[in-house]
Design a protein around this ligand. Structure first.
Ligand code: G4P
Length: 546
């Protein structure tokens, strides 16, 4: 199905740095319902990774039948699984990272975005910037991820495009630089003007299908030529011309450097559903989205930058997904490569544990299939099957001495006690909870007193997904109930000071899955009180694994 092996062979003589340069690793961020799934599918179609619309969904169905976890996804109409899809197009290798749209899974999304070198922000043309768009945008800004804007659903009644751009500029403090300008919207949507080339791209109302299909949208024509009258009446042409003049006159011409620095966003318009504007977006991604950049890391005690062209193979795990196939209890760690040329069978070391791993069955994920990855370069994401050796946030390298910064755990917002209905299965429960916590989806705390398991999560839906997975994947019926704790803080400080604090607060102490001490408080007021009384202790809301 994929054109990957043949295309890859053509590039096999490129050096490590040149290979990295042709990678475009990006994520799509949006508020639920703005059209992320539809756009994903149509980008894969535009990139030649799938041949017909519906394939992504079919793949989804396939996965859903394998896991009840996905049933929740289906019932709720949300996407909770994040994965990567790779496709080779126009001499470039695109890695599209799928991020869950629901805010209860924001931590997962945050981690996935650490692996993205660019993001496409999808806006519903009728709604503009919605709450979840804003949140995800803030994460991108925090991580300096350049953003491309796609204003979707132009085939429906839309807000005035000038107002939409004003919203981008005022709510996100980002300079929008339109590369296209739409002619109308909804029933009067006629197409769009390519502002850089002065070409008009007509939108075909009915029968406008996928690229390459016979009844696709008509080819672009010169905006100032006679043929334009076939698509626009004189008033429409004049209006579009005036608007284009306004846009270009406003001086917001696209500046690639400002985009890379996060001050400017190129703006595309279209309709993902009607496969209009999607080829242009993909072209924009190829031309403007950056290849992987240098990443800050530590080697022994020294702060360094890992450059994609470096010889040593390095990368970090940003996601672990267990039981993708429950029959095999498999666990796949998604590794974003940061440098070097990875080859199948290579030995990599995990920095914090020193464990060595022979990566014999690395996988790459295509729209329709997984394949063994023979080679991979910076920017690529490979899936490494393992039995619990790899955790979210792990740094892998040939030397094992390199550590990338910053894949934090966040203090959970909800803490609940979990009990298994059949008490004989308590031991089994411990293993299952640990395994799910190692995936990084939920957090697990053991209070110092008693035998409870406390599970921490960002949102309620995570508990439901967890209960579902425990039932399906581990045959455990569990009950979540209120816990005495409302807040968790990792505590750091001098050993003696910490021991003194822990002995005085035994009833409020626990350990996380790495045996690090955690202060489990009833409320934020209690945390504040403890902070005031213990100036020599740091109460942390997030933790990076040592
Ligand atoms: P999401 O992943 O961001 O949540 O959005 P998704 O792609 O599932 O799209 C949400 C709804 O918006 C879907 O309709 C989808 O068909 C529609 N949609 C997406 N892009 C466009 C577009 O460019 N134009 C129009 N008119 N609609 C668009 P639905 O009825 O909820 O689902 P379905 O029955 O079509 O699957």
């Amino acid at each position: 199905m994929t054109n990957f092996p043949a295309a890859e062979a053509a590039h096999s003589r490129l050096g490590v740095a040149a290979q990295a340069t042709r990678r475009r690793t990006f994520a799509i961020i949006s508020h639920p319902d703005a059209g992320k799934t539809t756009l994903t599918e149509n980008l894969l179609l535009a990139g030649g990774a799938i041949r017909a619309a519906g394939a992504v969904r079919a793949r989804g169905e396939n996965r859903r039948t394998r896991s009840d976890w996905m049933k929740i996804e289906r019932e709720r109409g949300i996407s909770v699984s994040a994965s990567v899809m790779t496709f080779d197009h126009a001499g470039l290798m695109f890695n599209l990272l799928d991020t869950p749209g629901h805010e209860d899974f924001s931590e997962d999304t945050y981690r996935t975005l650490t692996a993205a070198d660019a993001a496409v922000m999808v806006l519903d043309a009728a709604k503009g910037i919605e709450p979840q768009t804003l949140k995800l945008f803030e994460v991108c800004r925090l991580r300096d991820i350049p953003i491309i804007t796609f204003i979707n659903k132009m085939d429906r009644e839309a807000q005035d495009p000038f107002e939409l751009l004003d919203e981008v500029s005022s709510k996100l403090a980002l300079d929008p630089a339109p590369l296209y300008w739409p002619a109308g919207s909804g029933g009067r949507f006629k197409g769009m003007l390519d502002l850089r080339r002065d070409m008009f791209l007509p939108f075909q109302k009915k029968g406008g299908g996928a690229a390459g299909e016979e009844d696709g949208h008509p080819a672009a024509i010169a905006f100032r030529g006679n043929a334009i009258s076939r698509y626009l009446d004189p008033d429409e042409q004049e209006e579009l011309s005036d608007n284009a003049e306004l846009v270009l006159g406003a001086g917001k011409t696209f500046d690639p450097q400002a985009f890379l620095e996060g001050h400017m966003t190129p703006v595309f318009f279209g309709s993902a559903l009607r496969h209009f504007g999607v080829d242009q977006l993909l072209e924009g991604l190829g031309s403007y989205a950056p290849p992987p950049k240098a990443v800050a890391a530590r080697k022994a005690a020294e702060a360094i930058h890992v450059v994609p062209g470096d010889r040593e193979v390095t990368g970090f795990v940003f996601k672990v997904q267990a039981n993708m196939d429950p029959n095999h209890r498999d666990r796949i760690a998604f590794l974003k490569l940061c440098s070097g040329k990875f080859s199948r069978g290579m030995k990599l070391k995990v920095q914090n544990t020193g464990k060595q791993l022979s990566v014999n069955a690395p996988m790459m994920f295509f729209a329709s299939d997984r394949e063994l990855a023979e080679d991979a370069f910076a920017g690529d994401v490979i899936g490494i099957p393992n039995h619990g050796v790899l955790r979210v946030g792990d740094s892998l390298s040939e030397s094992g001495t390199l550590r990338f910064a910053g894949l934090p755990n966040f203090a959970p917002e909800i803490l609940q006690r979990v009990r298994v209905k059949d008490p004989l299965k308590a031991k089994h429960l411990k293993k299952a909870l640990e395994s799910l916590a190692e995936e990084g989806v939920t957090q697990l705390f053991r209070p110092s007193i008693g035998s409870d398991f406390i599970v921490g999560a960002v949102g309620q839906l995570q508990f439901e997904v967890m209960a579902d997975r425990l039932r399906e994947e581990y045959q455990l019926d569990v009950i979540f109930e209120a816990s005495p704790y409302g807040e968790a803080r990792w505590i750091l400080g001098d050993k003696a000071v910490l021991e003194d604090f822990m002995s005085k607060h035994r009833g409020a102490m626990g350990n996380d899955i790495d045996e690090q001490p955690v202060f489990l408080a009833k409320s934020s007021w209690d945390v504040g009180y403890a902070v005031d009384r213990n100036p020599n202790i740091r109460f942390e809301r997030s933790k990076e694994r040592a």
